[in-house]
Design a binder for this molecule. Sequence first.
Ligand SMILES: O=C(O)CCC(=O)C(=O)O
Length: 274
Amino acid sequence: MVGALTQTDVDRYRRDGYIAPVRAIDAERAADLLARYDAFKGRGETDGNAVLRSKPHLVFPWLYDLIRDPAVTGPVSAILGPNLLAWGSSFFAKPAGDPGFVSWHQDANYWGLEPHEILTAWIAFSPSRRENGCMRVVPGSQAKAFEHRDTFHKDNLLTRGQEISVEVDEDQAADITLEPGEMSLHHVGIVHGSDPNTSDIPRIGFAVRYIASHVRQTGGRTTATLALGEDTHGHFDLEPRPEAEYGPAALVFREAALARQHAVLFAGAEAPAG
Ligand SMILES: O=C(O)CCC(=O)C(=O)O
């Protein structure tokens, strides 16, 4: 065993660019997290969806704690090593019957992070299956960087609708099916996307972007959360745990952190969630 993964798991991740399913938390805790998510959605906050989309762990203590939970960081550290930062987090939510989809893309194309010792832990709060639009990946595709274009399609869950400019052979794609509390780990370079939710079951996933502590932001200095071990390189300003759910100080901090990230990544343009 290495962390909470076997050496075979780690070898498979290095070959295929992903591994799934990995059990992170039990079904009961996943149900509790989903209930908290639903309760917040039920409040109908004006900026609620935008907050859930980018760095929500900076305003929800229970997400900040999930990001730092050994149940999640253990398997991640088996791949990235003992010192981990979380550079971002995003909910990818598709209500029942939602036309939302995610075009085929590679995260490495636009995050401006080097080297690529970076992965996403995609934690299922609900079941994630083919019929409700589970994530799909092209195994092994992390080995090659593809050109991308922005489509701004209205149903694309990526803010700019980024997609790979060449045809992706869907016959090569693998479905990542997960039960609540399971997660997948995918490499920053893997080609991935997902289809609309054609079922009556919501699909709610929480994606956390983990980086090894030596990874740096190439265009300038931004913020990140210390998730495990030590910040050995000091490349990022560290983010504090929110003092209370959706509290004013935490909201202000999150806004400032995103503004810095956007300025570095897009010179003022809007940053993507995924
Ligand atoms: O949730 C999805 O369908 C896609 C997620 C994604 O693009 C990501 O985690 O980078």
